[in-house]
Design a protein. Sequence first.
Length: 201
Amino acid sequence: MTVDWSFFLPGLIALLFPADWLLSSKVTLRGMESFRTLENSPRHRPWWWVPALWLDPVRSWLGVTLLLKSIDFGPGAWSQVPVAAYVVVLVVLAVALAIQTYTKRDPEKLLAPVGYAAGMLVALLPWEVSLLGIVTGVVALIAFRAFHAFFTVALLAIGLLGLILESRVHWLLPAMGAMVVPALVTFFTARTLELPTRADS
């Protein structure tokens, strides 16, 4: 396996840096139901006033892009993908996404890595597949008022459209796997996914 470390190491740092470390002390965690209690006032600053949430999709997209650029995957045919390189990418993506859910702010809560996962989809999949996955995921999140709905519906959407459009299977599978990781983390830790918002909201 040939690795270009000048791309691999920056990509690894971008992916593995915990989102919790980017959050200020003025942040609190909210579940979808608690967003109903936010007052409609200019002085209240909900999730879109948390800079880390805007940085997450850019950071994950950049990290995945650098990671894939650092390893020679050959001409692109499924049968010719180097197994060692592929396993490294799968492990890094799974660990990176799991790390993003960690928070020391509350022992019963996890961060919902919605933006981070969206950045991964954009980096791994054709734009039309990733866009559909993100849009349908957001619609499901709003409709069901649960963060796990984003990952579940996005998983189904990218899987279905990816197969219809014959996307490269070796990138479709890790993208679908990334949508499963938050559900597995919540299952094994028995914690809830919540979104950071400004504490004064």
